[in-house]
Design a protein. Structure first.
Length: 203
């Protein structure tokens, strides 16, 4: 994964609560096991007016400039609810989102995003309201997210957020849980060699 340290950009305001994973990536597109190629299907039923995905819905926020390739997504309560499909963060990441800010997230979705390199920032509802107001300025409404300091900067204000220390370290280093374990490959090899010498019947 790409390390996440600081991100500055416009934020696409998705002003909807209880956005479930089927809305993020509809079930008919869950036919691959690779992590890439799902971005074109992100929010398919909202982004397009036809099944094939060739006719854009001009009213949907991701079809408007400057939000087409915004790296930050603003959302409302309970974002990522519904089924636990990991394709949802795959689609968000493949589209270009690296950070999602909302008052609350579904637990499984939160963990899946962290494991796939997307920072989820939980702020109070009134703080998210302020960021929605900033996003209304379009290209000039920049938002900066500093993971090291755990702060969101926008319009001269700072919004502090909490994150588990382990998740923070993994994001800063660009590691998933397997990658984290592989940091200690040498020590693991030493332990297994010692175990084989002491208890050869175990190996």
């Amino acid at each position: 994964m790409t390390p996440f340290t600081m991100l500055t950009g416009v934020a696409a305001p998705l002003d909807r609560s209880n956005v479930d994973t089927d809305a993020i990536i509809p079930k008919q597109f869950l036919r691959k096991i690779e992590r890439t190629g799902f971005g074109k299907h992100l929010f398919h039923e909202w982004r397009f007016t036809d099944y094939e995905g060739t006719k854009e819905n001009p009213d949907f926020i991701l079809n408007k400039e400057p939000f087409r390739r915004a790296p930050i997504l603003l959302a409302r309560d309970n974002f990522g609810c519904g089924s636990s499909r990991e394709h949802a963060p795959w689609a968000l990441y493949d589209h270009g989102f690296r950070c999602i800010i909302a008052p609350s997230f579904a637990d499984i979705f939160y963990n899946n995003c962290i494991k796939n390199g997307i920072l989820l920032v939980t702020l109070k509802s009134d703080e998210v309201d302020e960021l929605f107001a900033v996003s209304a300025f379009g290209a000039s409404g920049l938002i900066a997210v500093d993971l090291e300091k755990q702060v969101v900067n926008a319009a001269g204000k700072k919004f502090h957020f909490k994150i588990d220390a382990f998740n923070k370290e993994c994001l800063l280093k660009g590691l998933d849980q397997i990658g984290w374990s592989l940091q200690f490959a040498g020590k693991i090899d030493e332990y297994e060699a010692a175990l084989a010498a002491q208890k050869p019947w175990v190996i």
